[in-house]
Design a protein around this ligand. Structure first.
Ligand code: 2AM
Ligand code: CA
Length: 258
């Protein structure tokens, strides 16, 4: 059985190192595009990912690593210990706004979330936890979230989803207290964890969700695929992230529109 305390200490150590490096030296030299002109990668995404992957391989040689820029080991299944790494989440924000970006690592064992950590670099805060140990910001425990109805909560939808399918999500917004948009899945998770928004809808890659899903599970945040399929952490999925009642009501609104 995995030593959760050891995992927690090592993940916090490497993410705090990454955060300090980014805060001491914001600089990046190269920006390239990936799938489209707004899907960016910089030399810092790559160097951070290489650092994190090297660290994880050294400390957890038996584990598999799924990582955004491809320096992990591309597992075909989720048996045993699996780390999900997003070196810079919100690279567009990193490049354009110098704010609202995160580094994150999710840890799963036999496909189940056991630990996650998200570092909000510019706010200098680390969010971490898991189903067994609870959720924390820095050393402080986070409270269980109120299970509010949709008409009492702010929601957030990924920018890309709104651009592709605004009509489907218009009703969802009008049934809520309003829409906010941030451009980093990690930063949105930190906001959900602290009860600022209560719902997040988008199509996410495994590393966008892995850490936040593990932490959120401790305080009442679920990740629910919109098509009703089981969650699969090896592929992209359209999901609702949020507290239970608002999630159920959002699924009802979306199914009425679709
Ligand atoms: P990234 O910066 O790590 O790529 C922006 O709306 C959010 O969506 C960010 O968290 C961003 O993560 C993520 N994102 C960007 N391009 C994506 C893609 N092609 N698939 C899934 N998530 C993506
Ligand atoms: Ca990224």
């Amino acid at each position: 059985m995995t030593n959760l305390n050891e995992i927690k200490q090592q993940i916090l150590t490497v993410l705090i190192t990454v955060k300090n490096q980014l805060r001491q030296n914001y600089h990046f030299e190269q920006v390239n595009t990936k799938t489209n002109r707004n899907d960016l990668v910089t030399d810092r995404d790559i160097s951070i990912e290489k650092t994190v992957v090297r660290f994880l391989k050294e400390h957890f040689p038996q584990a598999q690593i799924v990582s955004e820029e491809g320096y992990g080991n591309h597992p075909q299944n989720l048996k045993g210990l699996v780390f999900f790494v997003d070196p810079i989440d919100g690279t567009m924000n990193f490049v354009k706004c110098h704010d609202q970006f995160a580094s994150m690592i999710g840890v799963y064992e036999d496909a189940q979330p056991i630990f996650g950590a998200i570092v909000d670099v510019m706010q200098d805060k680390i969010y971490y936890g898991g189903p067994e140990i609870g959720a924390f910001i820095d050393q402080q425990p986070l409270k269980k979230l109120d299970d509010l109805p949709l008409n009492k909560v702010l929601i957030t939808i990924s920018n890309r989803l709104l651009q592709n399918d605004a009509v489907t999500y218009q009703d969802l917004v009008s049934n809520s207290s309003g829409l906010r948009i941030f451009g980093s899945a990690g930063i949105v998770f930190t906001r959900l964890l602290t009860g600022k928004e209560h719902l997040y809808v988008g199509k996410f890659k495994p590393w966008d969700l892995a850490a936040g899903r593990a932490i959120g599970k401790a305080i009442g945040i679920d990740v629910t695929p919109i098509d009703g399929a089981p969650i699969n952490m090896l592929k992209s999925q359209l999901v609702i992230v949020g507290t239970r009642c608002a999630t159920q009501q959002a699924l009802d609104v979306i199914s009425r529109v679709k």
